[in-house]
Design a protein around this ligand. Sequence first.
Ligand code: ADP
Length: 502
Amino acid sequence: MADGCAVQLTAPNGVTFPQPTGLFIGGQWVKSSLGKTITSIDPSTEKPIVAVQAGSVKDIDDAVSAARRALQDPSWRDLPGTERGQLLHRLAGLVDEHKETLATIETWDNGKPYSVSLNEDMGEVAGTLRYYAGFADKVFGQVIETTADKFAYTIREPIGVCGQIIPWNYPLAMAAWKLGPALACGNTVVLKPAEQTPLSILYFANLVRQAGFPPGVVNIVNGFGAEAGKALASHEDVDKIAFTGSTATAKDIMRMAASNLKNITLETGGKSPLVVFDDAELENAVEWAHAGIMSNQGQICTATSRILVQAGIFDQFMEAFKKQVRNVSTVGDPFDSNTFQGPQVSKAQLDRIKDFISVGKAEGANLEMGGQPQATAGGKGYFIQPTVFTGVNPQMRIFQEEVFGPFVTISKFESEEEAVALCNGTQYGLGSAVFTTNLTKAHRVARRIEAGMVWINSSNDSDWRIPFGGVKQSGIGRELGEAGLEAYSTVKAIHVNMRSKL
Ligand code: ADP
């Protein structure tokens, strides 16, 4: 399988490309040991795109062995950080070169608008890899002053073999968030993509090889969560597991990781609030509030899915927000440049949103907009109307639980105190946003919100230079920024005795 058992595919936008379908283990393309496959579905048409190999427990085992060998091989172990950085730079350059193809695959497989895949996701992939390329020769320890009898210093070492479990909402970007810091710090990786979106990362695997990474440094094994994911999270020879996905799965992973006390980084669910105070710039707040929940089909862990508006401007906000949804949220073919919202990634996700719409109605909330599948010309695809509920109280499930779709609740509050209490009244603590023109209030509220990130006068304005992660049941540890390096390196202390005897 020299070429990854590639099949030639032509996407709906006319782009033709070789799509690898194998498992990428030890720098080679191999078939699943049990002959299992995953058929990837186009969420716009519900038609199969292609079947790819699905890894079994044995395949994960092989990938972990390959990663262990690579970790100990001088070609990687002793490679100077500067040269690791050059490999990452080369990979980022190859992503730029192939970005149209990668974006095409991403849109076909995931359903996100092509303009978003191309201009946002691929920029994020290359940018993150490049950012961490720069760090590869800047991960170092300290000399620590003690006494004349002792010379003490620390070095930063890779954690070892890292398992990385990737979600389907940003398939390549989430992989880059994890690969960048792991490789910059000299680790080796076994990466398991989500079964809903197995394709773009296989094309990317060939770029990893082309960039010149030694075999086994990056292994990519598609597979089902309950089989391949579980095998990776519970593997005794994996040193670290990094996961992005649902809070429920994260709890399972944490339990499995306990078997050999793996280092963990978990980035999980959210129900992020967006607070609009009376003194906010209304137009700005409306634009960000719309983008903060409706972008990427609402499939963003940090989506600001609970909008809280102060009573004095509530009616004005509602009117402007609904207008924004009507004007901007065009739902349809993700390859059409006028589309803002493509299909949800899968039937399961569409059904989940439909269930929450029923729950909201049954709980007595007001359905202000949407609430129906979006009819399309062919009558196929997992399209849903952008959905807005008001009249929501904090006990309702639609206020508490993550929906993961273009689904938002808008509530009214009177005081700053009440707004903070509403923000903090869920099990989650991922993102949050505050809109006000009062500088003091903005910073005061930012400190009081229980969240890993606060955006003042914006929403979901993520940046690879800035740490990303959650508190409470939204996760453990940080990705991105310099903080992201801590997740992939460990400190070793070295004590040198300068006296001849005890
Ligand atoms: P969602 O419910 O949104 O699909 P998940 O948290 O189930 O999100 O999936 C995120 C990633 O976790 C995917 O790569 C999936 O295959 C993987 N996964 C799901 N279940 C498990 C599990 N029990 N063990 C390990 N990985 C899992």
